[in-house]
Design a binder for this molecule. Sequence first.
Ligand SMILES: Cc1cc2nc3c(=O)[nH]c(=O)nc-3n(C[C@H](O)[C@H](O)[C@H](O)COP(=O)(O)OP(=O)(O)OC[C@H]3O[C@@H](n4cnc5c(N)ncnc54)[C@H](O)[C@@H]3O)c2cc1C
Length: 341
Amino acid sequence: MLQIIENARLKDLNSFGLDVTAEQLCIYNSPDDIRQLISQNGDLTNKRILILGGGCNILFVNNFDGMIIHPANSGISIESETDDYCLVKAGAGTVWDSLVEWAVEHNLGGIENLSLIPGTVGASPVQNIGAYGREAKDAIESVNVVSLSDGSLSTLSNADCKFGYRDSVFKHELKDKYLVDSVVYRLSKKPQFVTHYGSLSGEIEKLGGPSLRTIRQAIINIRNSKLPDPKVLGNVGSFFKNPTVGAEEAEMLIAQYPDMVTYPAGEGRVKIAAGWMIDHCGLKGYTNAAKTAGVHTNQALVLVNLGGATGKDIVAVARHVQNSVANEFGIKIEPEAIIID
Ligand SMILES: Cc1cc2nc3c(=O)[nH]c(=O)nc-3n(C[C@H](O)[C@H](O)[C@H](O)COP(=O)(O)OP(=O)(O)OC[C@H]3O[C@@H](n4cnc5c(N)ncnc54)[C@H](O)[C@@H]3O)c2cc1C
């Protein structure tokens, strides 16, 4: 049943832990809830709306003067299976990591490298979440959506979602037009392990060699040792995307900065580690004058709420970081975090 809260506090619904409010918070459980909202308000695409999962990639600059729809429909079910794979459906409100844990327990592979990413299933296709050499797009079969104009249901195939680096059709043509109700993943009964990324293979060996369980545990160990826990220090993980440049520009940069961290990005382009550039600017541990917001002391890509920060404080730190990187390298780094004014 649809639940509507007026002047709702969002402190527990954004991982920066910002103490902001929304004019209305609507807790979504089924497509009927959207139909009810449309019958009360008309076409929702004409209103100021935000769909909010766990708020683990969102920076609220101000109180939100509109309607927030928060999917709470959780649940995991097997839709069909063959000898090779299972099609597994999860509701948008399911905690992402509980789906990964469920998959590993059921010996189904494909999302184990995405262990411990905070947030909900509903955001996984929107963001095309990724880590340790895998992305959600590698496992997504289809996405069931509800239209915010008329409440109708439809299904998008993997190709329809136009996945890219932390990107999908939901951030472009379909932005604010559809709510993701559930996602169907194709999970393998004969998984191919991806273990080459960074320190992962060494950690897996310590746990006895590759299996779905050891890969998940290795990633949990690494993430817990590297990333600040949002419950302790508000953050949204990587605040900036890694920029890409052409091969010629990359060559010039590497000649000037021989220890610059780069990766091949395909199609002759080169990805530059934004964290390395921020670190090179001496910004690890940088804080604003009020010491409410800053750059994490160990992870240059992570901006943190040091206690009592406002969204504006964090935006100011982000601007300072962007300007420093642009002055030093001539490269504009773009936020991965979604900034809501
Ligand atoms: C400590 C930490 C580590 C992180 N590490 C990673 C990482 O390794 N890899 C990675 O990819 N991300 C990472 N993130 C970012 C974050 O976890 C992901 O972006 C995640 O998908 C956010 O999920 P959410 O439910 O909180 O979405 P939100 O932040 O609430 O929303 C994200 C976007 O999705 C939209 N959205 C959410 N739910 C729906 C829905 N049901 N229908 C339509 N639109 C929807 C929102 O409108 C918004 O545009 C990290 C974050 C933190 C705090």
